[in-house]
Design a protein around this ligand. Structure first.
Ligand code: ZN
Length: 407
């Protein structure tokens, strides 16, 4: 039954604007995840973040995807004003001036923002952006970006020493220690918890105006770290706007899963930080299960997050030559991973047939489905293949698929 519902949810999306959709559990507030360029696996992390937010019951979440790196960005215009929350999952080419000023106006006028992990790598030359995120790293950041911010004793240190901004050692589990346990985002949570394997960002630097550190972790030198207590959860106020900045949640490019983003501590602080950024309050209850000081814990509702493959299917449907073919690679991996699970494979068959039949699916997408995905096809595809063979631009690929299915 659940699978059936998901198929309908996915098919319904075919008539909606690319990536700008809502699904399953709707909250009354609206959020938009901005992504599309990022050395990490932004496709999967965006799905995960959307699901995390929607499972709070508070947000309906859309995902907006930029052109690829190096492409013309002039059409990437976002009006942020309708949203209660903007989630930044983007590190890449400059946004057009209009989108930049829309974003600054949005925050200035009281908008809520969540800065996720390496979104703090972005836009090192954009003054207002760096004031909004508080601190950042990489992309040429040095002493001109602002002081290093870290904790020593119980003091927040602003260190103007010259040097690069942004580093991390090898990934590992580490202890999160709260610095402002009474902040609404943290209130009621344990004061220390073990975070799942992640990159521990260190040597972040920036203007850090109106920034409050909520939690930090010790970055061990023996693991390639800085030897300092490094801020990892922050809030910033900018104009009337509220910003929650989590440096946690690394999701490697090419990785299908991320223990960091699945950590119950990450999820809980993300949900609470999102609500605080959007409203200034946190009404969510403290979860019954949470990591302890010695053991990290996977968020118990995480298992079905990636079963919503709507963004992948949408990207496939809109595929044109020259665009990233990540969506096909991810879908292929999902098929191979689930090849023994007939229920899931039946769902995938249904999606592929739907894509092949739909007039909204690009010719390039159909070519790839006929050539690279016909190995899983069975007789149920034959009529579709025969029909596609009538189209001159697809006849060769359709014949290939027919021959392959008949083997
Ligand atoms: Zn990372």
């Amino acid at each position: 039954m659940q699978v059936r519902i998901k198929i309908f949810a996915i098919l319904a999306v075919f008539s909606v604007t690319l990536f700008n959709f809502s699904c399953t559990r709707k909250g009354s507030m609206t959020a938009i995840i901005v992504t599309g360029q990022n050395s990490h696996n932004w496709q999967r992390s965006s799905i995960a973040l959307r699901s995390i937010l929607e499972k709070s019951g508070m947000f309906t979440v859309g995902i907006t995807v930029s052109p690829e790196a190096g492409e013309d960005m002039s059409g990437f215009i976002i009006d942020f004003s309708p949203y209660d929350l903007v989630v930044l999952n983007y590190t890449g080419d400059d946004w057009p001036a209009e989108t930049q000023s829309n974003f600054v106006d949005y925050v200035q006028n009281g908008g809520g923002v969540v800065v996720y992990h390496n979104a703090n790598n972005s836009f090192s030359d954009w003054k207002e952006y760096n004031e909004i995120i508080g601190v950042g790293g990489w992309n040429g950041r040095d002493e001109n970006a602002g002081p290093y911010i870290y904790i020593s004793g119980n003091e927040v240190i602003r260190d103007n020493a010259p040097g690069r901004g942004g580093s991390h050692g090898s990934q590992h589990e580490f202890l999160i220690e709260t610095y402002k346990p009474s902040h609404p985002i943290l209130e009621g949570l344990p004061e220390r918890w073990m975070h799942a394997q992640d990159e521990l960002y260190s040597e972040l630097r920036g203007p850090a105006k109106n920034m409050e550190i909520l939690a930090y972790a010790y970055s061990e030198e023996r693991l390639g770290g800085s030897g300092r207590d490094e801020p990892l959860l922050m809030t910033i106020t900018y104009g009337k706007g509220r910003v929650f900045h989590t440096a946690l949640g690394h999701f490697g490019g090419g990785s299908l899963f991320s223990p960091a983003i699945e950590c119950a501590g990450f999820v809980t602080t993300f949900q609470r930080g999102a609500e605080w950024a959007a409203t200034g309050k946190v009404t969510q209850e403290v979860p019954a299960v949470f990591p302890t000081e010695t053991e990290s814990l996977q968020w118990p509702f995480f298992e079905d997050i990636y079963s919503d493959i709507t963004p992948i299917i949408s990207a496939m449907q809109q595929y044109e030559t020259g665009k990233s073919n990540d969506c096909f690679n991810i879908f292929m991996k999902l098929i191979r991973e689930n090849i023994d699970n007939q229920q899931i494979i039946d769902e995938y068959h249904s999606l592929i047939r739907q894509l092949l039949k739909s007039r909204k699916t690009s010719v390039e997408c159909k070519k790839i489905l006929l050539k690279d995905f016909s190995w899983i096809a069975d007789d149920s595809y034959r009529d579709i293949y025969e029909e596609l063979k009538q189209y001159p631009e697809l006849s060769g690929e359709a014949q290939y698929a027919i021959d392959r299915t008949g083997e």
